[in-house]
Ligand binder design. Structure first.
Ligand SMILES: NC(=O)c1ccc[n+]([C@@H]2O[C@H](COP(=O)([O-])OP(=O)(O)OC[C@H]3O[C@@H](n4cnc5c(N)ncnc54)[C@H](OP(=O)(O)O)[C@@H]3O)[C@@H](O)[C@H]2O)c1
Length: 245
């Protein structure tokens, strides 16, 4: 297998708020980017345009990750255009309020099929490629501090993120030593460049460092994990100390 020299990141959910910032920053770090989007075509197109200013060969594809045949198609497209994966970043995810006694089957299936099933099958496809490569590569899953907390009104979401943290350990164990697999669990991240959201000050009282995170706080951890060669199966909470209470 001939391997091109330029490193490649495959990112799911780069049409998202944080996902787009991460993909853009990875492009700025010298990676070619292949990313997926689902509904947000305009945001995806704007993100690709920005990414291509620094990484012209980058590509995107529409993919509903809750559908395994769409995942397979996305990976076929990827493999026809790129020869390697250095980082697979599993960012695509659904998040909405679901009070415990009002959760419907449809909501449960939509949250679990995207956040857990979709993450599992995209990781499986990425790992199959990565295990064949003659170099160490990395998977980072995006979870949430709520995976380790008991949040009211978000049970399917928090269960899905908790399960993905467990999947992270399973893949770390099964894919060692070829693939380093870790998870990043953000607390509340705000201050997105395209957003008009105003942080709610009273919520920061629960955060020892007295502010919400911003995308750069997450990027610091991604850069760290990309350099590290002796960390696998771990979750890094990036939450200003929110989970210390
Ligand atoms: N931002 C935060 O404050 C925060 C906090 C904790 C954890 N996180 C985690 O960090 C990651 C990135 O967050 P974010 O802010 O970018 O999330 P976001 O703005 O909600 O974006 C979610 C992304 O997932 C994609 N997606 C949703 N359902 C999908 C499906 N069925 N198939 C394929 N793609 C699908 C969306 O695509 P379309 O928009 O194109 O449909 C979008 O790109 C997520 O895993 C999230 O849970 C974020």
């Amino acid at each position: 297998m001939s391997i091109s020299e330029r490193k490649v990141c495959f990112v799911t959910g780069a049409s998202g708020k944080l996902g787009s910032e991460i993909a853009l920053a990875l492009a700025g770090m010298g990676y070619s980017i292949f990313f997926t989007w689902h509904h947000a075509e305009e945001k995806a197109g704007m993100t690709l345009e920005k990414i291509r200013r620094v990484s012209p060969e980058s590509q995107m594809v529409r993919c509903n990750i809750s559908n395994v045949s769409e995942i397979n198609q996305a990976f076929e497209t990827f493999s026809s255009q790129f020869e390697r994966i250095d980082l697979f970043l599993a960012g695509a995810s659904n998040f909405y309020r679901t009070p415990l006694f009002e959760v419907t089957e449809k909501e449960w299936d939509s949250l679990l099929n995207t956040n857990l099933k979709g993450t599992f099958f995209t990781m499986q496809s990425a790992a199959r490629i990565m295990l064949q490569q003659p170099f160490i590569s990395r998977i980072i899953t995006m979870t949430d501090i709520s995976a380790g907390l008991v949040w009211r009104n978000y049970s399917p979401y928090t269960v899905s993120k908790s399960a993905v943290q467990h999947l992270t350990k399973i893949f770390a164990r099964e894919c060692a030593p070829k693939i380093l697999v870790n998870s990043i669990a953000p607390g509340t991240i705000s201050a997105y460049p395209d957003s008009s959201e105003e942080p709610e000050n009273n919520l920061t009282e629960k955060i020892p460092l007295r502010r919400f995170g911003d995308p750069e706080d997450i990027l610091v951890a991604i850069r760290f994990l990309m350099e590290s060669e002796y960390i696998t199966g771990q979750t890094i909470n990036i939450d200003g100390g929110r989970t210390v209470y």
